[in-house]
Design a protein around this ligand. Structure first.
Ligand SMILES: NC(=O)c1ccc[n+]([C@@H]2O[C@H](COP(=O)([O-])OP(=O)(O)OC[C@H]3O[C@@H](n4cnc5c(N)ncnc54)[C@H](O)[C@@H]3O)[C@@H](O)[C@H]2O)c1
Length: 338
């Protein structure tokens, strides 16, 4: 089968990882890159060898890609999905799909009405240490408790200045990843309780969120996220986790130390991620997960298999974000809408 022809829309901060990863994806080639900013489009074209565009309509008409990779910020996703879907292109789109769940539902309807395939670029569950953690879970028996922690003081606003201005901050930007990891590890959620705190001076929205999830399996999971931890050295961008089951406990500790505790025994494995040829070793965790996410997208397009993180699946993760905001506002547990 010939390579699928792809186009990246939005060549900003995080798209640099997408652009570099596309060069390593089996079964796809990048034929077009598009950014409103001509300098960013030209730089992306120089990096990838694809043709540069500054207008999406012109790009879709000229390049006629099989798929588009939308790497712009969330406010632009809905109109860009509509244009790509009308052009018959399958879509992988960065998280969050939209600023709120109504927007997510409209995006799903647009894709489904056009008969194109839609996946969210939700890369955390494609991080190799989290894949290893899930693979190790049968050894602890039925899980009944977990703590998934994202606690950093890394200056995320420096790379993404728009984050300081948003009303919905860490839950929509980062909590969405960690809540998706909770679903990946423990399944769907029956209800959720959340507290949020505005802990970052100069940021409009909450920089800290603490949640308790009750999964449909009966397992309870604490999901904690902060951008204002004063820890040194900082674990950014690692997610740490502890899962307790009937027969043992798994701990994903700093620097990719995976511990399996069972009565009378402790097994330790180093599960640090591999470094793609184009990656910076410091960012191999994130960059490798981008590679895995994009390869999953192409593999599923080719095989016809369901995406792990299809638009419909991601609606359930997005519903947890909405439930967390609603719970923080009401002080009550909330049943997610999807
Ligand atoms: N998965 C992750 O780990 C991760 C990390 C960082 C950012 N992100 C996500 O990536 C997305 C992009 O964030 P960013 O920080 O790279 O943003 P950014 O502002 O740096 O880049 C967005 C780019 O899109 C371009 N753009 C906007 N509208 C366009 C249009 N109509 N046509 C063509 N180009 C257009 C802008 O000119 C800009 O260059 C966000 O949704 C963010 O949440 C994900």
């Amino acid at each position: 089968m010939s390579a699928l022809r792809g186009a990246v829309i939005g060549c900003g901060f995080f798209a640099q990882n997408h652009l570099k990863a596309w060069g390593d994806i089996a079964g796809a080639e990048l034929v077009a890159v598009c950014d409103l900013d001509p300098a960013k489009a030209a730089a992306a074209a120089a990096l990838t060898g694809a043709e540069a565009f500054t207008d999406v309509d012109a790009m879709l008409a000229a390049a006629r890609p099989d798929f588009v990779d939308i790497a712009t910020t969330m406010e632009t996703h809905e109109p860009l999905v509509a244009k790509a879907a009308a052009a018959g292109a399958d879509i992988i789109c960065q998280k969050p799909f939209a600023p709120d769940i109504a927007g997510v539902r409209r995006i799903l309807q647009t894709a489904e009405a056009a008969g194109i395939r839609l996946m969210v670029h939700e890369n955390f569950r494609f991080q190799s240490p989290l894949i290893e953690l899930r693979r190790a879970m049968p050894a602890i028996g039925e899980p009944f408790f977990a703590h998934i922690a994202w606690r950093t003081g890394y200056d995320v606003v420096a790379g993404q200045p728009y984050l300081a201005k948003v009303e919905r901050f860490i839950l929509l930007d980062l909590g969405i990843h960690v809540l998706d990891v909770a679903r990946f590890l423990l399944g769907d959620v029956a209800d959720l309780y959340a507290r949020t705190q505005r802990t970052m001076p100069g940021a409009r929205g909450e920089a800290q969120a603490t949640m308790t999830l009750r999964h449909r399996s009966g397992a309870v999971c604490a999901v904690t996220c902060t951008y204002t931890n004063r820890i040194d050295p900082d674990p950014f961008p690692q997610t740490l986790a502890e899962i307790e089951g009937r027969d043992g406990t798994l701990r994903l500790e700093r620097d990719y130390r995976l511990e399996l505790h069972r009565p009378g025994s402790l097994e330790v494995r180093d599960i640090r991620p591999g470094v793609p040829s184009w990656a910076d070793p410091q960012w191999a965790l994130a960059q490798g997960s981008v590679l895995n996410t994009q390869q999953h997208f192409v593999d599923c397009l080719k095989s016809g298999a369901e995406f792990q993180t299809s638009g419909r699946d991601n609606l359930k993760t997005f519903a947890l974000v909405e439930a967390a905001y609603a719970s923080a506002a009401s002080g009550q547990p909330v049943v997610p809408e999807a």
